[in-house]
Design a protein around this ligand. Structure first.
Ligand code: CAA
Length: 412
């Protein structure tokens, strides 16, 4: 068991529960969910009745207030058994964060207890066909009409679409504004005009649906405008992603560990040249590197999650969340690739679960912000932080002053 930071008893309990459910329901159902593109509802119900959807939700709204760190360690355990199921769990946090972070007290009281109980599943509708990384370039519109908003347009890549009962939907309410263009709405499944039009055929995470959601004159009451004011949507989306990215990083850590565990067991059993391949140095190096990278990703993920729990939203935590998501998902792809290599020819076949780990890993580098976007976020923070490094100014002479080996002019 890996845990090098001090978890609360509550977090350890949630972790143990998640591990039990992963062993009992998630891992045994993973191949079927993958082959038949079927959502593992039995596992989701077990997660709900064990109270794991309560993890990140404050007590005032039916949760147990165990924070983002607990969300991360639960997601890690579930993803270790089945990467796809890791996101089926964590996407409920992604979908609920706009309400939790930006909603009015009434909205939180109305929606969060049902989400905490696992009676209501949630999805997050931000991306569109022509607005993926450029999240502010949305085209879906919401126009006020009396006591309602009327939503029109199409969303793309909605994870959990069809399974979810509630959707947090980002739409343009003021096309003329730059910073207050977008607002977020709660849309319930079954609202007339709201349809699931396309279930995507995916490379991996096939057990969780990713769909197009279409809005054709969908009328939602003004009470469903998140935060009760127009123009807050983009900020809510960014804050949501900051809170959710440690959860993606945790899925990646789980995926890495799951792939490493399989490769390790296989390497100890597979005999070539008269001994298990785990005794061949080149395989040993691969396994050791996989283990080191996974552990480094885990520690960064826990640190990013814990930082949000301790300090709440902040630019520093936004950077940490992006670093954890980016690093851990790059590690997951590398580890899954090496795990396939350890399995050799068998790794390329679907005979063992390892090929699925490889297929599932790729999306971690793409969803909830591509790793190129994460690096952009990190580097924007770095540029801002350069202003706080005034004390280094004298050591970086200007173009005119600099000459090789010369001492800084004003440093003492
Ligand atoms: N927290 C709060 N506010 C923030 C913020 C943050 N982390 N980041 C930016 N903002 C604010 C800025 O302060 C600015 O506010 P003002 O207008 O008041 O000054 C405003 O938002 C605009 O900021 P930027 O100029 O930085 O915005 P940008 O257009 O350059 O884009 C971006 C920034 C970080 C690239 C953003 O577009 C982004 O995160 N893109 C990636 C989108 C993404 O992750 N999509 C994933 C979809 S969800 C998904 O994948 C779900 C799934 O399937 C599981």
């Amino acid at each position: 068991m890996q845990q090098n930071i001090v978890f609360s008893d509550q977090a350890l309990e949630l972790q143990a529960t998640a591990r039990k459910i992963a062993d009992e329901y998630v891992r045994p159902g993973a191949a079927h969910a993958d082959k038949h593109s079927e959502y593992n509802m039995k596992a989701a119900k077990a997660v709900a009745s064990a109270g794991l959807f309560r993890a990140w939700i404050p007590e005032a709204y039916g949760g147990v207030d165990a924070g983002i760190l607990s969300l991360a360690i639960v997601a890690e355990e579930l993803a270790k058994a089945d990467s796809g199921f890791g996101v089926a769990y964590a996407v409920n946090a992604l979908g609920s964060f706009p309400i939790l972070l930006g909603g009015t007290e009434e909205q939180k009281q109305k929606w969060m207890p049902k989400i905490a109980a696992g009676e209501t599943f949630v999805a997050f509708c931000l991306s569109e066909k022509f607005a993926g990384s450029d999240a502010s370039g949305l085209a879906v519109t919401a126009v006020r009409d009396g006591d309602h908003y009327v939503i029109n347009g199409e969303k793309k890549w909605t994870t959990n679409g069809g399974v979810a009962d509630v959707y947090t939907v980002f739409a343009v309410t003021d096309a003329t504004s730059k910073s207050r263009r977008i607002s977020a709405f709660i849309v319930e499944k079954g609202t007339p005009g709201f349809t699931i039009e396309k279930i995507e055929d995916k490379m991996g995470i096939r057990g969780v649906p990713v769909v197009e959601t279409h809005f054709n004159d969908v009328r939602v009451p003004v009470e469903n405008l998140i935060g009760g004011r127009e123009g807050l949507g983009f900020k809510h989306a960014m804050m949501t992603l900051d809170h959710a990215r440690p959860g993606v990083a945790a899925q990646a850590v789980g995926a890495s560990q799951g792939a490493l565990d399989l490769a390790n067991v296989y390497a100890c059993r597979r005999v070539q040249f008269g001994k298990p391949i785990s005794q061949h140095q080149m395989v040993q190096k691969m396994l050791a590197d996989m283990a080191m990278k996974t552990e480094a990703a885990r520690q960064l993920t826990y640190a990013a999650a814990a930082a949000i729990d301790v300090n709440g939203p902040s630019p520093a935590n936004s950077k940490m969340a992006a670093m954890a998501k980016c690093f851990a998902s790059d590690v997951a792809m590398e580890v899954a690739t090496d795990a396939v290599q350890v399995f050799g020819g068998y790794g390329f076949m679907e005979d063992y679960p390892i090929a699925k780990f490889f297929r599932d890993a790729k999306i971690l580098q793409i969803y909830e912000g591509t790793n190129q976007i994460q690096r952009m976020v990190i580097s924007r923070h770095l540029v801002r932080e350069a202003n706080d490094l005034e004390h280094l100014k004298d050591f970086i002479p200007s173009e005119e002053q600099k000459s090789y080996g010369a001492q800084p002019t004003t440093a003492t």
